[in-house]
Design a protein around this ligand. Structure first.
Ligand code: FEO
Length: 399
């Protein structure tokens, strides 16, 4: 028997926690799991907002039944149909055959594609309203935050925003569901990692959505992942604003490197020491063979400086370094201070690729790139120290 949690007025939480899945989207490690949030509004008409990933449908239906107490669901509002939220739509339709699904045109195009099922549909457009009795709902599209069909639902009566993926984070809800009931220490890093990896490509659509929502009086944000935001709304919205503008949160340097036998790593260590010696405290180092790229990307979102090192491998960059650069490029990360270094055994190729990357990203290259052959010499040691010092000085003068 599940106990129900009331959020505000007639609004109840009926989401589930996933502590089984190793990788979100089968790519991104989620050591703290993830919650799939869903909400019921128990008015004259009953509305369910989003569903959950299909593996959890049995538990989910029990949670819903505990709140419904014998009533049925009139509307299923699909703010986001990606299967971590749309996965149980068919099961909801099976259990409540008269339910009317609420979505926009893109939602229904995808609904037909995913499920190919007959159902009652209520098509909404930008700014449309739906009355449940006391609760007045308004719908606003938020395309590409993070799929094209995404919309948000604003409960104007309770001043609650159902925000789909926006303002979400990885990590399960371990007892408490409100920001006020949870120790949020680990949440902010996971929220950035979620944002940078999942939503990060769509900075401009996020900016448009934030502008659209800025006119709403919002007291509670109910995302599809993570805590329900009440007191921390300005902080959460502020972080989304910063991240979607690709602005760093702090001054600091990420040093990411690949190294097969330790020579490139020795260069990375030397550069890091020089950055530190020149007064920068925020230095994060990642061996790309050890750190999952999702953590590196999150740190790149946080800090303004990035130094990347690679051995030459088959006349190209070390594959995991290249994969990291590809992820940065796909997300069009802007305005980072960039340094680079490399090593080789017989023919160096890294500078060519790093230089091309910097040009394509339109990033400022800081210091003189270093490339060593076979081992660290006194001359190369000095060049690494100079590169680290140059980055430190540039970081300190960063506006
Ligand atoms: Fe949580 Fe875009 O799905």
């Amino acid at each position: 028997m599940y106990t129900s949690k009331r959020i505000k007025g007639d609004i109840y939480y009926v989401g589930v926690n996933d502590r089984k899945t190793e990788r979100f989207e089968n790519m991104w490690p989620i050591p703290r799991g993830v919650s799939y949030n869903s909400y019921l509004i128990m008015d004259e008409k009953v509305a369910l907002i989003d569903t959950v990933e299909i593996s959890f449908v049995e538990q989910y239906l029990k949670k819903i039944e505990a709140v419904l107490k014998g009533r049925s669901i009139d509307y299923l509002i699909v703010d986001h149909i990606e299967p971590d939220h749309g996965g149980s739509i068919r099961m909801i339709k099976n259990r409540f055959p008269d339910v009317t699904i609420v979505g926009n045109k893109k939602t229904f195009d995808m609904l037909d594609g995913f499920f190919d099922m007959q159902c009652n549909k209520h098509l909404v457009k930008e700014g449309d309203s739906l009355s449940l009795g006391k609760n007045e709902l308004q719908f606003y599209t938020a395309p590409m935050v993070h799929w094209p069909e995404v919309m948000v639902t604003y409960n104007a009566t309770e001043k609650v925003l159902f925000s789909a993926d926006a303002f979400g984070t990885w990590g399960t809800l371990d007892g408490g569901i409100f920001d006020t009931d949870i120790n949020l220490d680990h949440i902010w890093d996971e929220m950035r990692r979620y944002y940078s990896n999942i939503v990060g490509k769509y900075g401009s659509p996020v900016q448009k959505a934030l502008a659209k929502l800025s006119g709403l009086d919002i007291e509670v944000i109910c995302s599809t992942h993570g805590p329900i935001w009440t007191t921390d709304i300005p902080k959460v919205v502020g972080k989304y604003d910063t991240w979607s503008k690709y602005e760093p949160e702090e001054s600091g340097v990420v040093i990411a490197y690949g190294s097969m036998y330790g020579n490139t790593e020795e260069m990375a260590e030397t550069i890091a020491n020089a950055v530190s010696e020149n007064g920068v405290k925020n230095i994060v180092m990642h061996d790309v063979s050890k750190s999952h790229a999702s953590y590196i990307l999150s740190d790149i979102w946080k800090y303004n400086g990035l130094i990347v090192g690679s051995p030459t491998y088959s006349n190209q960059l070390f594959p995991l370094v290249q994969a990291l650069l590809d992820k940065i490029q796909i997300r069009s990360v802007k305005n980072r201070l960039f340094g680079y270094f490399g090593s080789y055994a017989w023919a160096g190729a890294t500078h060519r690729y790093f230089q091309q990357f910097a040009e394509e990203m339109k990033w400022e290259v800081v210091g003189t790139p270093v490339e060593e052959k076979l081992r660290m010499t006194d001359a190369k040691l000095q060049e690494c120290l100079d590169l680290g010092a140059a980055m430190a000085e540039r970081i300190k003068s960063y506006q």
